[in-house]
Design a protein around this ligand. Structure first.
Ligand code: AMP
Length: 250
C-alpha cells in the first residue's frame, strides 16, 4: 500500500522515522508511463524505500497554454504507483511548495541558456528551483532522472555538485515505444496522424549525416523544428507537431 502525503509538514515528520534506511526518490509531473516506471523500478532495486512525487510545476512552463493542457491522470497514476509497490507518493499543493511565491529561485547562467533554455525562457530556473525544493524535502539517498531530458539531467547534476547536495543523482536510459519514439507524457496529446509521424523524429535525429540535414528532413516531413544541435557528445533536438512539443537526444 502506497502512503500518500499531500502535506509537507506531515511528510517531514514521517521522514525522520526512516533514519538509517536508504530512500530513493523519483520526481515526476504525473501522467505516468513506462519511462517513469523504469525509474521507480531502479530505485526500488537500489533502496530500502522509494518515494515518487507528482507535481505539475507551474514555474517551469513558459507557455500558459502548455501548462493548462499538460495531461493530468491522478487516478491512473496512483493505481500504477500502487501496482509497482512504491512506498510513498508525495503530491504537494502549489501554495505549500511555493509559500515564498517563487521569490527565491535557482538559476544557472551558462548551459541553461542554450537548446531548450533558448526556446523556453525561464524553464530551467523553474526546473532547478523545484528540484532543489524536492531534494531538500525528501533528503533521499539517491534520486533518479531520465536521460530523455538530457539538458535537464546535466543541469541537475551540476546543481547537486555546486550546492553540495548529498543526494546521489542517478541517470537512467530513455525508454522508447516500439517504433522508437521516446516515451513522454506529452505523446498522449498527439493526434493519431501526428503520433504516427512522430516516430520519424528519433530516426532522423539518429541517421542524418549532420544537424542541418536532420533539420531539412524534419521540415520536409512537416515538423516545426526548434533546434537540432550537437553538444555534450550527443545530438539533441526539439520539434513540434501541432501544439505538441517533443524532445529527444541520441
Ligand atoms: P516528467 O514527468 O516528464 O517531468 O519526467 C519525470 C522523470 O522521468 C524525469 O527524470 C524524466 O527525464 C524521466 N523520463 C521521462 N520520460 C522518460 C523516458 N521515456 N525514459 C526514461 N525516463 C523518462
Amino acid at each position: 500500500m502506497t502512503r500518500v502525503f499531500q502535506s509537507i509538514p506531515e511528510w517531514m515528520d514521517f521522514k525522520s522515522s526512516l533514519l538509517g534506511k536508504t530512500l530513493g526518490f523519483v520526481p515526476t509531473m504525473g501522467a505516468l508511463h513506462d519511462g517513469h516506471l523504469s525509474l521507480m523500478q531502479r530505485s526500488q532495486q537500489e533502496n530500502d524505500f522509494t518515494a515518487v512525487s507528482i507535481f505539475v510545476n507551474p514555474t517551469q512552463f513558459n507557455d500558459p497554454s502548455d501548462l493548462t493542457h499538460y495531461p493530468r491522470t491522478p487516478r491512473e497514476d496512483l493505481a500504477l504507483i500502487e501496482s509497482m509497490g512504491v512506498s510513498f507518493l508525495i503530491s504537494p499543493e502549489i501554495t505549500d511548495l511555493y509559500a515564498d511565491q517563487y521569490r527565491y529561485q535557482v538559476s544557472e547562467k551558462v548551459e541553461s541558456q542554450v537548446l531548450c533554455g533558448a526556446h523556453r525562457p525561464g524553464h530551467f530556473d523553474g526546473v532547478l528551483t523545484v528540484v532543489l525544493k524536492l531534494l531538500n524535502l525528501t533528503q533521499a539517498t539517491r534520486a533518479y532522472f531520465g536521460e530523455k531530458d538530457f539538458q535537464q539531467l546535466r543541469l541537475i547534476q551540476g546543481m547537486a555538485e555546486a550546492f553540495f547536495i548529498p543526494t546521489q543523482i542517478i541517470p537512467c536510459p530513455t525508454l522508447r515505444e516500439a517504433d522508437g519514439l521516446a516515451m513522454s507524457s506529452r505523446n498522449r496529446r498527439l493526434t493519431p496522424e501526428h503520433r504516427q509521424k512522430a516516430a520519424l523524429f528519433p530516426k532522423v535525429l539518429k541517421n542524418s549525416a549532420s544537424p542541418q540535414e536532420a533539420i531539412d528532413e524534419l521540415k520536409n516531413q512537416g515538423f516545426e523544428v526548434d533546434y537540432i544541435e550537437e553538444r555534450f557528445g550527443r545530438r539533441l533536438g526539439a520539434v513540434r507537431l501541432g501544439a505538441v512539443r517533443l524532445i529527444d537526444n541520441v
